[in-house]
Design a protein around this ligand. Structure first.
Ligand code: ADP
Ligand code: MG
Length: 698
């Protein structure tokens, strides 16, 4: 009989029948403690509670059946299968085995009674079940059927479904034997919260999910509620961990970075345009953070084209004036290179150095940059992921700016921050994103951040007209391009593919570029994709920018940040394959100048109803927030917050598509815990995030 124990620290090896082999396999599933087993929930259930008469069995049905062996023989040529026919008077079914032992064959004697569970399907000789679970029934009276639904668990190679059921059965006994405090299964969700949401207590929910009574079907409300209760707890743990990170940050110190008025004036005077009111307001909000002595954690949201780059440069001045370095992280090399050019143009005349660090720099070149970063001179370092690497040591990092945050994970941005601390001072952090995340979802990712919004576009932007047309009208589109270019305008042609494969995407773009070059011989065309060297990419971009090119064929590498105001027509192939946020980003490359712009979404028919509706949202509006909200309505939060956009937000039980509506409650519950049950936060975080998340125990 199990003794009361702390199940979160009780290793699975304490269970019966867990040897080194199983232990290793279970670890692959992330299962180390008995508590982990309890949180390993079934994927689905099988109903083995009732015996279905064979006469009522239908193809496609999963069922428990019983019958006497009528005949058992080997059938087929070459690789033969064993067919065993059982009948119960109302009908029959053939059990088919492709793999079997001689012993198995011998045991299936005529006249014995078998109980089988499997999926029926129609076969050549009538209904059959391939490789059913079966057992001979010898007892008199016959054994009872199951009284509860049979759970089916996610498995890994080498761990059998039966083993998993048995182990979880043992874990449940431990849980039941340790109902009181100290067993690691405490209910950290405060009773008032449970009551408001009508959630069952923790162990009750867990028990129900592993052992649902016979009368609960998948639609059973109790099961759904139990599952929702656990998903809720997981989301709550994530939210609390962000909040706790934020609180820990608040307790740290940061350098006071005050922008020199003379430097700021010189900067603004050199700009070819005045800042918009929104840009000035947001700059002010950031500057106030930077002199607070506490590390800033701020998100700047601003739709594509709202002018976030110049705001970043402006606030970099604060760190630079105070003798600190600034690190700017961009999601692609293309964007890093573009930023380097812009920042160099703005900051070098003021006497500040601007460096570039990207993965493809090697040898001497790379070493020179690394040495410069280590040296005392303040400056801006712009780079990609390369900035995270071990060898990168900043002399005195005061401010980290992360552009297009949605491409990076929470963990990545925290890692960069950890490069900073010097004499107990942590760098400030600014995150910029154009991906408008609907409010409810934002809390999951950004609960640790203050938010500023640039809610105004620079003046003089002409609207972008968007047309949705089938690929069968390609020839027409191409001739329209020719006319457009004849008027001195520039064009993007964007190739997309379902596959995340770089190679395939590049090949497709190469083919399209060749085709366009052949059809439009007088037009200056270049190709840009992810597999080109940084210098080649930069050269092509530069030529496009200085109008030496008319048409740029590109893959989605140009999705973020690229800025060429004279380009005013964009063709996007296969837009139905991309998310709306991504399409909005792509389209944001045009409409940056005073001339009116056009975007052609050239889809591959046939288009599903949903796809039609989604593309028409883009035709109707160019407001990023509205697009995000409507996409959320159409597809649900799981899709909108795809891993790609969130930088891998992964949950064990929660599923945003299903559990998204819980998020507002999560926020309220977090507040309750922080206010009335502060001791519950850390155990909850530990239970769900373990030590996997560095900031959980900051
Ligand atoms: P995003 O917010 O998408 O990163 P960018 O920073 O790339 O936008 O800016 C888009 C374009 O708008 C750039 O060409 C930039 O020079 C220009 N721009 C930024 N601020 C202003 C402004 N206040 N007035 C006019 N143009 C501006
Ligand atoms: Mg940008």
């Amino acid at each position: 009989m199990p003794q009361p124990q702390a199940l979160d620290t009780l290793p699975v090896s304490s269970l019966k029948g867990v040897g080194a082999h199983t232990l290793e396999r279970l670890e692959k599933l992330g299962i180390k403690s008995v508590q982990d087993l309890l949180f390993h929930l079934p994927l689905r259930y099988e109903d083995r509670t009732q015996i279905i008469p064979l006469g009522q069995l239908r193809p496609g049905q999963q069922a428990l059946v019983e019958g006497r062996v009528e005949v058992c023989e080997l059938l087929g040529k070459g690789r033969r299968s064993l067919i065993c026919r059982i009948g119960d008077g109302s009908g029959f079914v053939n059990l088919r085995f492709f793999y079997f032992t001689a012993r198995q064959q011998a045991a299936l004697k005529r006249g014995i009674l078998l109980r089988c569970f499997g999926e029926a399907r129609s076969g050549f000789y009538g209904l059959e079940m391939a490789h059913p679970d079966y057992e001979p029934i010898t007892g008199n009276p016959p054994e009872q059927t199951e009284t509860r639904l049979t759970p089916v668990y996610p498995l890994t190679e080498g761990v059998h479904q039966k083993t998993m059921r048995r182990l979880i059965g043992q874990a449940l006994e431990w849980g039941a034997a340790s109902p009181s405090a100290g067993n690691g299964l405490e209910d950290w969700i405060p009773p008032p919260v449970l009551k408001t949401l009508r959630f069952p207590p923790l162990f009750e929910a867990i028990h129900l999910l592993h052992r649902p009574p016979a009368d609960s079907s998948r639609e059973n409300n109790d099961l759904t509620v139990a599952q929702r209760r656990l998903a809720f707890e997981e989301l709550l743990a994530h939210h609390l961990s962000l909040c706790s990170f934020r609180a820990a940050t608040r307790a740290q110190c940061a350098p006071v970075l005050k922008t020199s008025a003379a430097v700021a004036a010189a900067f603004r005077n050199r700009l070819p345009f005045p800042l918009t009111a929104a840009q000035r307001r947001v700059t002010g909000e950031i500057e106030a953070d930077l002199v607070s002595g506490k590390p800033m954690l701020r998100l700047v949201q601003g739709d594509v084209g709202s002018g976030k780059t110049v705001v970043a440069a402006h606030i970099a001045l604060a760190a630079l004036s105070a003798g600190y370095q600034v690190a700017i992280m961009a999601p692609t090399e293309l964007l890093a290179e573009q930023h380097r050019r812009n920042f160099a143009g703005w900051l070098e005349p003021l006497g500040f150095r601007v460096l570039l660090l990207v993965g493809k720099q090697k040898g001497r070149e790379r070493q020179d940059v690394l040495n410069a970063i280590k040296s005392e001179q303040p400056g801006v370092v712009i780079g990609t992921h390369a900035l995270f690497q071990e060898q990168v040591r900043f002399y005195r990092l005061g401010l980290v700016i992360i552009d297009e945050q949605h491409r990076f994970g929470v963990h990545q941005r925290l890692a960069l921050r950890e490069k900073g601390p010097r004499n107990g001072l942590y760098p400030h952090q600014l995150i910029m994103t154009a991906t408008p995340i609907p409010r409810t979802l934002a809390m999951l990712e950004y609960a640790d951040l203050d938010v500023s919004t640039i809610d105004e576009l620079p003046p003089g932007r002409a609207p972008v007209h968007t047309a949705v047309i089938p690929a069968s009208r390609r020839a027409e589109v191409i001739s329209r391009i020719a006319a457009w270019i004849a008027q001195g305008r520039q064009v993007y042609w964007v190739c997309t593919l379902i596959e995340e494969s770089d190679v395939l995407q590049c090949e497709a773009a190469e083919k399209t570029a060749a085709l366009l070059a052949e059809t439009l011989p007088d037009i200056r065309i270049a190709l840009i994709h992810g597999r080109l060297k940084p210098l080649q990419k930069e050269a092509a971009m530069q030529r496009f920018k200085s109008r030496e090119l008319d048409l740029l064929v590109a893959t989605t590498v140009i999705e973020v940040g690229v800025d060429v105001p004279n380009a005013s027509l964009m063709v996007i192939e296969n837009p139905e394959r991309l998310g709306l946020a991504q399409l909005h980003q792509l389209r944001g490359r045009i409409g940056r100048g005073p001339k009116e712009s056009h975007c052609v979404l050239m889809y591959q028919p046939p288009l599903s109803e949903l796809a039609k509706e989604r593309l028409s949202i883009l035709r109707e509006t160019s407001d990023g927030f509205e697009i995000a909200e409507r996409d959320l309505e159409l597809r649900g939060p799981g899709e909108v917050l795809g891993t790609r956009q969130t930088g891998q937000l992964q949950f064990r039980i929660a599923d945003l598509a299903r559990d998204g509506p819980l998020l507002p409650h999560v926020k309220v519950a977090a507040t309750t815990i922080q206010r009335d049950y502060p001791g519950h936060a850390q155990p909850l975080i530990r239970r769900w995030l373990g030590n996997a998340v560095r900031y959980a125990d900051v």
